[in-house]
Design a protein around this ligand. Structure first.
Ligand code: UDP
Ligand code: MG
Length: 322
């Protein structure tokens, strides 16, 4: 049997400091696996430049002109990690396996071989799972744990402590690419695909160079994406809240009427204001949540293309979806 062709997809946003380190490490991993006869010698790395403002694309281009193993795609502007990853994957439909990994070498590249072994033993999806969070700050650890708890409560199934370091077989990738949604939360989509899957464990290290491209704002946006793209529970909570408040209000109406007919009415300024504020507040909250979902429907209904490729290197003209 011919060894499978592997593509490693690496989204890069302003990663000039770490790019060469990343390239060297990934290419030596590929070389090891080619020498061990596990993957085909045409296996390669696809770097996706997500609209970087530094020299990331120049580096990708110059390395691609010198090494066949390097391929690159430049998006026309910064679209975020998830879209960049999806864009990169869409150029790999001809490959037998893809592995997605961040550029910063936080994920242990030595487990790629374990992922490939698992694929060779018949698995379609192999999740890279962190076995500890010691390299994280207290804040990141706490927010991540809370996020997983909330997601589980909301009924969203996802592999805990797994980010976007994973292997996909050709058929799993083709299945993933059939999800045409704009609001991407890839790690939530993968378990929906099905197919035999496996996990490999590793410990995550510090970023090899450069700074995190996920500031708190982007982290929160991703978490919100995860919740609202996969769960309608927030809507149900709002409905339940609305229901409870309606019951409380009708009791209040009865009480008020009773007081009125008994002639006990006093100028209840405080209670009126409190009630108005409370109801006003709850309504605003409900409108906000509903608006969140309507916004999503609005965006999805446009069916806008998710990304455009500006240039390519080392890839065939016809490779890729767009
Ligand atoms: N990234 C991207 N577009 C963005 C932000 C990040 O392609 O808008 C890439 C980034 O280059 C890296 C990966 O996504 O390869 C994960 O980002 P980072 O390592 O900065 O996140 P952290 O590990 O700090 O959560
Ligand atoms: Mg990182």
């Amino acid at each position: 049997m011919k060894a499978p062709v592997l593509s490693i997809v690496v989204p890069c946003y302003n990663e000039q400091e770490v790019f060469i380190l990343c390239l060297n490490e990934l290419s030596s991993r590929i070389e090891e696996m080619v020498n061990a006869g596990k993957i085909d010698s045409t296996s390669h790395i696809v770097f996706v430049d997500d609209g970087s403002k530094d020299s990331t694309w120049d580096l990708i281009e110059s390395e691609a002109s010198r090494h066949l193993i390097v391929r690159g795609v430049k998006l026309s502007r910064n679209k975020g990690h998830q879209t960049a990853l999806m864009a990169g994957l869409s150029f790999c439909v001809e490959s037998d396996i893809t592995v997605s990994i961040d550029a910063d070498l936080q994920d242990d590249t030595s487990v790629i071989e374990k992922m490939v072994d698992s694929y060779l033993s018949g698995k379609d999806i192999v999740y890279g799972v962190r076995n500890d969070r010691t390299s994280d700050s207290f804040f990141k650890k706490f927010t991540a744990e809370t996020f997983y708890k909330v997601m589980t409560k909301l009924g969203v199934s996802q592999v805990e402590n797994h980010a976007d370091f994973r292997l996909l077989s050709k058929r799993a990738l083709n299945a993933l690419l059939q999800y045409k949604e704009q609001n991407l939360y890839i790690r939530g989509l993968i378990p929906l695909i099905g197919f035999p899957s496996d996990k490999v464990y590793y410990s995550r290290s510090e970023r090899a160079a450069g700074e995190s491209k996920y500031p708190i704002k982007k982290m929160l946006a991703l978490a919100l994406e995860g919740v609202t793209s996969f769960s309608v529970t927030p809507l149900r909570i709002v409905t339940a809240l609305g229901f409870m408040i309606s019951i409380l209000s009708s009791l209040g109406v009865i009480y008020t009427l009773l007081q009125y007919f008994l002639g006990h009415t006093v100028s209840g300024w405080a209670s009126v204001i409190l009630a108005v504020l409370f109801i006003g507040g709850v309504q605003m909250l409900c409108l906000g949540v509903i608006g969140e979902y309507i916004g999503k429907i609005y965006m999805e209904s446009k069916k806008r293309p998710n990304f455009f490729t500006e240039t390519k290197t080392g890839l065939n003209e016809n490779d890729g979806a767009q």
